[in-house]
Design a protein around this ligand. Sequence first.
Ligand SMILES: Cc1cc2nc3c(=O)[nH]c(=O)nc-3n(C[C@H](O)[C@H](O)[C@H](O)COP(=O)(O)OP(=O)(O)OC[C@H]3O[C@@H](n4cnc5c(N)ncnc54)[C@H](O)[C@@H]3O)c2cc1C
Length: 293
Amino acid sequence: MKPPRFRYADPTTVEEALELLARHGVEARVLAGGQSLMPLLNFRLARPAHVIDVNRLDTLGRIAPAADGGLCLGALVRQRALERSALVRERCPLLAQALPFVGHPQIRARGTLGGSLAHADPAAELPAVMLALEARLTLCRATGERTVAAGDFFVGLLTTALAPDELLTEIALPAWPTRTGSSVREIAKRHGDFALGGVAAMLTLDAQGRVARARIAGFGVGPVPVRALDAERALVGGAPTPSALAEAGRLAAAAVDPVDDIHASAAYRRRLAGVLTTRALTDALSAVDGRVA
Ligand SMILES: Cc1cc2nc3c(=O)[nH]c(=O)nc-3n(C[C@H](O)[C@H](O)[C@H](O)COP(=O)(O)OP(=O)(O)OC[C@H]3O[C@@H](n4cnc5c(N)ncnc54)[C@H](O)[C@@H]3O)c2cc1C
């Protein structure tokens, strides 16, 4: 099916794109990789009067080291470029671990980081990864910019804090602490399908081998990606024993609010959240100090 008619613009500067967004507001949609927007148009689930193609905004395609040891990622960086980046593997292994789960290589070759975050599919991997990493997102409009924590960005099903005249331009990932391991676990019907449920987890140990920090974010288990805060708190200060990781799984399952749909029941998804949390934490523990799970 062909998309409905729209007016097309392909600005070459961020300023020009923001001016177009300011002018057209709710009548406009940004086109990045098109991997979610084009199906929405073709199925007539979106009917924007204006499509603003941002693919010529080269300044938004960078993967750069940040001075604090973290990463600065342009919103337009392709998912495949992130997956192949040695800098991402070195500075943010959790992101590198998540990317192979995102669709298929052809989709990742076009799909962008910013597009995945702005689309905010509840079963998508990258929003949950951003939550676990405590990423900060820069949202620009013609009159200025603001920075939003990932925890405040995902506000509901396919809904974010982005206003109609705002463009997501940059994602900042904080430095990766030493003695940290991470993992992404998910269950999908076939590899490359959206997950029925999944978990991104990070574990940082102190010099005595106790848990100094834990991050657990679930996806596909509610309308937005969800941090399992009680599970994280229960782990901190204790030894990462199998029973502690199992208890974290139990607490993570209690933290999620999944729904029944044609793919899986809510009860199955809740169980997945618990089981996958324990498995992801177990992987993360064995990956501390660069040991591969
Ligand atoms: C067959 C198939 C399987 C897939 N499987 C998975 C999967 O398993 N996991 C997964 O996470 N994803 C999956 N995807 C989705 C894929 O990751 C998309 O790339 C992603 O959701 C959207 O990125 P995009 O760059 O293509 O954005 P687009 O499709 O261009 O845009 C998506 C939405 O975000 C908005 N937008 C895009 N960029 C910006 C910006 N910078 N500022 C403001 N708004 C913006 C657009 O206006 C639109 O509303 C799949 C897609 C397909 C087609």
